[in-house]
Design a protein around this ligand. Structure first.
Ligand code: SF4
Length: 386
């Protein structure tokens, strides 16, 4: 049962009511029942991180047992030139900026030929919204990469990029997605979701696809058999209620389509953005958000602790708070690092294995669609001799 010292961050008169709610939540979690918005808000207000972690871990074990997933991928960002000017973004720049870059198809092929790890199974491609490049450029990139590297899964373009491609080409969302799928697009990342609240989007990114549009694009992708991820960027101007509403919108769409593979809670990095006065998200808050996501998104199989954003140590602890996926042995990540992430830009397979083994879990290399490629034993890890 819930301990009598579960801590809350609100006035004492509310404590009894929320304590009752937390008791009810605990019972529901162990009975495998869905949590309501009110219960989600009580979780956000609860200060007892270990209580949240214990419940979230229960759900994680139900979904994936002691397995922790990762893949070997390579990130490529075709351009940082972007028309959107989102206030939270440290990556996108104007065309005139001295930091602006754009990769031609030739540049892309050269870079991949030079840096793609031999064991990579995925290319992760996201970029700015370039003012001049036509949709045909992106189609050609996918088509060429698919032909050149038929064994590599192409996970590319956020819903925001897909929306932009529809705008610049005059095609419908469905037509854009179909053309990309025929060219070789395998799945889509979950970026661009930020927080769906129109209030927040109005303040932070009024020029880009709305939350409703993001969800509509994902629904269309799922309908076409394109699996996607989902994200939430938290820790800027949003309220707890806006976070919970965001999670419930994702859960509702997942009930309808089943097309989301994983959810990635992304902590906002304020450095080098126009919101640099905001305090960076604390480790406590990051772990809480992972746990609450695991508890609210009962129909998502996987919750990612994106180590590039969390750092390796916190990502390891996140495994005790409901996360079951560490993303990739990412090579070259630009977007989070532009916003001041102090983490490494890549992690070796051995480091990742050691991180998972030493937390008492079983590392599983997966492909993008979560087919298990290899379950590792300790003898496979140079860092952890048996
Ligand atoms: S978040 Fe994406 S759309 Fe917004 S400015 Fe950055 S690169 Fe552009």
């Amino acid at each position: 049962m819930i301990s009598s010292h579960v801590r809350m961050e609100f006035a004492p008169e509310r404590t009894a009511k929320v304590n009752n709610l937390l008791q009810q939540i605990e019972k529901k979690v162990f009975a495998g029942q869905r949590l309501t918005k009110e219960e989600g808000l009580a979780l956000m207000e609860c200060k007892d991180l270990l209580f949240l972690g214990r419940l979230a871990r229960e759900i994680k074990l139900r979904h994936s047992g002691r397995k922790i997933f990762f893949n070997v991928n390579f990130h490529i960002n075709l351009t940082n030139i972007c028309v959107s000017e989102c206030r939270f973004c440290a990556f996108g720049v104007r065309k005139e900026s001295g930091k602006a870059y754009f990769m031609t198809l030739e540049d892309i092929l050269q870079k991949i030929a030079k840096s793609l790890p031999e064991s990579a199974t995925e290319l992760h491609i996201v970029s700015g919204l370039h003012p001049d490049q036509p949709f045909d450029y992106y189609l050609e990139v996918i088509d060429t990469l698919h032909r050149r590297y038929p064994g590599i899964h192409l996970k590319a373009f956020t819903a925001v990029e897909i929306n932009y491609f529809a705008e610049i080409s005059g095609l419908s969302i469905r037509e854009v997605l179909l053309k990309l799928k025929h060219a070789g697009l395998g799945s889509m990342p979950g970026g661009g979701a930020e927080v769906f609240s129109p209030r927040i989007r109005g303040m932070l990114c009024p020029g880009k696809a709305t939350g409703e549009r993001w969800l509509e694009i994902m629904e269309t992708a799922h309908d076409l058999g394109i699996r996607t991820n989902a994200t939430m960027l938290f820790g800027h101007l949003e309220t707890n209620e806006e976070r919970i509403d965001h999670l419930i919108s994702l859960r509702d769409l997942q009930d309808k389509t089943g097309g989301f593979q994983s959810f990635v809670p992304l902590a906002f990095h304020p450095e080098n953005t126009s919101l640099s006065e905001i305090k960076p998200v604390s480790a406590y808050e990051k772990l809480k958000m992972i746990a609450v996501s695991r508890l609210m998104l009962d129909n998502f199989d996987h919750i990612k602790a994106y180590w590039v954003m969390l750092g390796v140590s916190l990502a390891q602890i996140a495994l005790e708070f409901g996360a079951d996926d560490l993303d990739g042995t990412v090579v070259k990540e630009k977007i989070t690092h532009a916003a001041g992430a102090k983490t490494k830009e890549g992690i070796s397979m051995d480091e990742l294995l050691e991180l998972i083994f030493s937390a008492g879990y079983l590392p599983v290399e997966r492909d993008t669609l979560y087919h298990e490629l290899k379950i590792f034993r300790k003898r496979d890890c140079q860092c952890c001799p048996e």
